[in-house]
Ligand binder design. Sequence first.
Ligand code: NAP
Length: 307
Amino acid sequence: MTVLYKADPVRGALWAERFAQLAPEMPFRVWPDIGDPASVRFLVAWQPGDLAVTLPNLEIVFSVGAGVDQLDLSQIPAHLPVVRMVEPGIVDGMVEYVTQAVLTIHRDLFDYHLQQQARAWQPMPLRAAASRRIGVLGLGMLGTAVLERLRLFGFACAGWSRSQHEIAGIDCYAGEAGLATFLARTDVLICLLPLTDATRGLLGRQVFDTLPRGASLVHVGRGPQLVGDDLLDALERGQIHSAVLDVTDPEPLPPDHPLWTQPRVRITPHIASATRPESAVDAVLENLRRFRAGEPMNGLIDRTRGY
Ligand code: NAP
């Protein structure tokens, strides 16, 4: 009943420690030290390579991340459940990151930073949070948590998803039919969508031009959802005022990429949030308990939807 871990080895040591404490009966191995391949039942991986095919008795593939776009689902036999990471560490990090990005935009810190460089002391009018309209693309685990926190500041909050949601205090829009209305009322657009065929390239000219002039973008989904040239053009035209980008395409962003030097673009190296080993082990163990009890696992992927 071995659990095999194939991801960052430094974090792997923390996983191993936690597993030894909480489930000493379950052998936990860190790739490439896989031991007897026939005894590996559960794989926890960022990129499993061909392990899902070559391990003969594998029962579940767990992603160490909240998304599964880094997995090649065609390389994972159809009978194996694929489970993404649903744990509080990822949520806490994302709520912190997006909150700082939205407050940076809301309190005009991009413009004050430019003023600082020019040694200019020019107060701008303070805008009430209630008049700033926040819109989150994606009403899943992360999008919902972010909106629930931002709502506490008094921002006017809305979200957009594939299926219709109902969340107290949040205006919910759904599907292609709801997208234009959602965008037209959004001053700060936050992307928390999974990367799928339907969301690749979504953050492009059409979306930017449907936002009110001078809107801002916070992109914390996945790099290939953003059309970089369209963002540069929208910034140039003043259609987009500013952008906070935690994800880019490619990653790392090449040193000569023009986004690096945009005065109103802030770039971070995909650090918005990360799985916290302690709570991640708890989440995996709870899912193993559910699996054995025949209960649905948290974060089970629907392969037809791709997330
Ligand atoms: P989730 O719980 O699966 O939620 C995904 C949301 O996106 C759902 O509301 C879903 O709609 C919506 N959605 C998916 N495809 C759509 C489409 N074509 N049109 C409209 N809505 C669509 O995912 P999550 O845990 O919140 O995570 C979201 C993403 O955040 C991850 O996939 C990952 O890419 C990104 N992420 C980034 C970082 C970082 O450090 N930058 C860290 C963690 C995660 P329904 O509700 O109708 O299904």
